[in-house]
Design a binder for this molecule. Structure first.
Ligand code: NZQ
Ligand code: ZN
Length: 393
């Protein structure tokens, strides 16, 4: 029987060519007084996007301060800096210009400004908060889905802790998505983003218990669309239509649409990736593709009917009597897809040499961060986490 659900996706999506030029009017509608423009390393400057955004705010007579320097796997230190800056400058709205890392850093700041205490306590799951500064974003990479999600993932350098926190109050008020802004992405980031998008749907697809048929159908359409367009972009990175398909699937894969009716989502591969990312600072999508195959082989028998549907409906594997064989062919086919877009299928593909001690450390840290158990397709404990990471070496 399907499960009841509460679907909350309040973000206004402004999608298409030149859509960033609407930012002034969108901010006026929010009656903002002073904005923090938060951005990353160099891409938004180099492309001229930041200049365009600043001009729009000047034209709209909106005051702003800027804070750049967000790195991939955004760091807690800059979140602290942003919180202090917002307090000092009496900022009442945050505009994130960038990818998942910039948006996640913006969410950390948004929670941190009204929070009495250390914002890291939220990521440690020690405290909750019911307040956040309002925020919005101009997205420059299709990947994390943070533009519509409630979540934020931040890394604390000390101990290499990559941790997430989610709260509906930080879902962006509006998300500006111009697919043309993603044309400047390096191929590796495009591919890594496509893996992340796929994984956000797969984490809600391989789950225990029943779900709704409509949810399964939407998920399979999303998965096919990502695979098809990732392959197009691999050959032709400047294809606007493929960029647009990928950008919209990034939001739909992580705004909870593909989890409606599920009892509990999986997200085990994500939790394992957070350990790899925390220790080795790899691109999130590549860490996911490195661990997924090992995870899938470890759990598929516990979630066989879903692995069979996936193989048949998404990867066009031929049906046969032996369902385990069908499921395994689906796993091999998805790994083949990862390889074909130059994504790793194990950690050594990323040039990592992971020691026994490091494997044990990641498994323990993952278990500690999740109160001992992750997953839905098959519940996984510390020893399981270790075995999966070891197989993904
Ligand atoms: O800093 P710049 O110079 O902008 O470079 C970035 C960065 O190096 C570059 N880039 C972004 N847009 C570009 C561009 N380069 C050229 N042209 C453009 N248009 O791409 C690199 C990666 O950017 P990043 O923001 O890190 O990518 P992504 O969107 O994949 O975000 C990854 C982060 O999001 C977290 C991940 O764990 C990771 O920390 N996630 C957040 C989620 C959420 N909040 O809901 C869910 C996800 O599962 C994920 O965990
Ligand atoms: Zn992800």
């Amino acid at each position: 029987m399907m499960n009841s659900f509460n679907y909350y996706a309040p973000t206004q999506v402004v999608f298409g060519k030149d859509s960033e030029l609407q930012v002034g009017n969108l901010l006026i509608a929010q009656k903002v007084k002073k904005v923090l423009i938060h951005y990353g390393g160099s891409s938004a400057k180099k492309s001229g996007l930041l200049d365009r955004v600043e001009k729009c705010l000047d034209d709209a007579k909106i005051a702003y301060v800027s804070l750049g320097g967000v790195v991939a796997n955004p760091r807690l230190e800059l979140v602290y800096e942003g919180i202090e800056l917002c307090k000092k400058e009496e900022v009442d709205f945050i505009l994130a210009v960038g990818g998942g890392s910039v948006i996640d850093s913006a969410k950390g700041i948004a929670w941190g400004v009204p929070f009495k205490g250390d914002v890291w306590e939220l990521y440690e799951k020690k405290k909750e908060t019911d307040k956040a500064l309002p925020l919005a974003c101009i997205l420059t990479i299709a990947a994390a889905g943070s533009e519509m999600s409630c979540g934020s993932v931040v890394t604390k350098d000390e101990g290499g802790l990559k941790r997430d926190y989610g709260n509906d109050n930080a879902r962006p008020i509006f998300a500006i998505m111009n697919p043309a802004l993603t044309l400047t992405l390096p191929d590796y980031q495009t591919a890594s983003g496509c893996v992340d998008i796929l994984m956000h749907t797969l984490e809600r697809y391989f789950v225990s218990g029943d779900t709704m048929k409509i949810t399964q159908n939407i998920s399979e359409a999303l998965l096919r669309t990502v695979i098809e367009n990732a392959l197009i972009l691999h050959e032709d990175s400047q294809n606007y239509d493929a960029r647009a398909e990928i950008m919209w699937t990034s939001s739909l894969s992580h705004n909870d649409l593909t989890g409606c009716g599920n009892e509990r989502n999986d997200f085990a591969s994500h939790m394992l990736e957070h350990e790899i990312g925390g220790m080795f600072d790899v691109a999130h999508g590549s860490g996911l593709s490195a661990v997924w195959g090992s995870w899938a082989r470890y759990v598929y028998k516990d979630c066989l009917h879903k692995f069979v549907s996936f193989a048949l409906n998404v990867l066009n594997i031929e049906d046969e009597e032996d369902k385990e064989a069908v499921a395994l062919k689906g796993i091999v086919a998805l790994e083949g897809f990862f390889t074909s877009i130059d994504m790793p299928i194990c950690m050594s593909d990323m040039g990592l040499e992971v020691s026994e001690t490091q494997l044990r450390h990641m498994a323990k840290s993952c278990s500690d961060g999740a109160s001992g158990c992750i997953g839905s397709a098959k519940p996984l404990y510390e020893e399981d986490m270790y075995q999966i990471l070891k197989a993904a070496k």
